[in-house]
Design a protein around this ligand. Structure first.
Ligand SMILES: NC(=O)C1=CN([C@@H]2O[C@H](COP(=O)(O)OP(=O)(O)OC[C@H]3O[C@@H](n4cnc5c(N)ncnc54)[C@H](O)[C@@H]3O)[C@@H](O)[C@H]2O)C=CC1
Ligand SMILES: O=C(O)C(=O)Cc1ccc(O)cc1
Length: 282
């Protein structure tokens, strides 16, 4: 499908793309670069990529580039790559926030290069090249937030995503950031916050160590990469603050029902939520 794919940032996402590309033979060669030398060496040892680059200059031969660095670095890396890429190259970023990154890039796209903002809704709480695995993207959504019209380049990216078994959807970037503030960023805020609460309780009372499966299920994502999540919280600040306010308001409604011993209302509320959750999970 491509002659040379370049991957900038060889952690969970970049490394998993490398494995999926190699397995599906989507490129003759995969070049990778990571500013962290240990991660670059690990990516080579784990065969996530074929060739390790010593700088972005080597990406000048690529016809497709994936930028999978932390969100706060994404625009800077894409703009830097614009200086070295050849004509007709397609470059995508995969950052979890879209609007502010697109705003930093969209007026600097060189003629002949296609920049396509994307977001694979596939991940785990783990990070770094050692956490990469080939099947990460299977059956997951791949969102494209096109800057203008859908052109040949978007279609090519769509084809690429489908070849690694992803389900492609198009979405407006602003709407993406509003929705993901609720369905992804808010759950991370709450999980981090709940673990923090229990941690401080435990400092004064060891009994707070007796956590069960529910707590563990609910807080798995509090083990996620703090660099990535602090970037996301700041980049999508406005939407996340609204989601937190909305959440607090909803929590207070539940608090009042419990406080007032409204048994019938509580049963009905919990039942309706359970039925919706069962429907969500299919
Ligand atoms: N972790 C997840 O579940 C998901 C993450 N994403 C997005 O993918 C991107 C990467 O995330 P992960 O792979 O999870 O992070 P990660 O922490 O596993 O990997 C990021 C890699 O980028 C490297 N890096 C940092 N600055 C760099 C630069 N200037 N040039 C080259 N390499 C650089 C780091 O050394 C690290 O190896 C982020 O933008 C994130 O928002 C998207 C979907 C899911
Ligand atoms: O670990 C999990 O369940 C996640 O929620 C992974 C994840 C993290 C960030 C994204 O932008 C998309 C997916």
């Amino acid at each position: 499908m491509f002659n040379t794919i370049g991957i900038a940032g060889l952690g969970l996402i970049g490394g998993s793309f490398g494995l999926a590309i190699k397995h599906n033979k989507l490129s003759k060669v995969v070049i990778g670069f990571d500013t962290n030398e240990e991660n670059l060496n690990d990516a080579l040892k784990l065969e996530l990529i074929d060739i390790g680059a010593s700088s972005y200059k080597s990406f000048s031969i690529c016809d497709f580039v994936i930028v999978s660095v932390p969100p706060s670095q994404t625009a800077k890396v894409v703009l830097g790559l614009f200086e070295v890429l050849k004509e007709n190259t397609i470059i995508i970023d995969v950052a979890s926030v879209k609007g502010p990154i697109i705003a930093d890039i969209k007026n600097s796209i060189p003629k002949g290069i296609s920049y396509i903002p994307t977001h694979p809704i596939a991940g785990t709480e783990n990070f770094g090249p050692r956490s990469a695995f080939r099947q990460l993207f299977n059956d997951k959504y791949f969102i494209i937030t096109p800057i203008n019209n859908i052109t040949f380049a978007e279609k090519k990216v769509e084809e690429f995503a489908k070849k690694i078994k992803m389900k492609v959807k198009y979405m407006d970037a602003q709407r993406h950031d509003e929705v993901f503030a609720y369905v992804s960023h808010l759950p991370h805020v709450i999980a981090y916050n709940l673990v923090n609460l229990i941690w401080h309780k435990k400092e004064n009372d060891e009994a707070y160590s007796f956590v069960g499966g529910g707590f563990k299920d609910f807080t798995r994502i509090a083990k996620s990469n703090e660099k990535m999540w602090s970037d996301i919280f700041f980049l999508n600040k406005k939407n996340i603050l609204s989601a937190i306010d909305d959440y607090i308001e909803n929590l207070l409604v539940l608090k009042t029902i419990i406080e007032n011993n409204e048994e019938k209302k509580l049963l009905e509320t919990l039942k309706n939520i359970r039925l919706f959750k069962e429907h969500l999970d299919g």
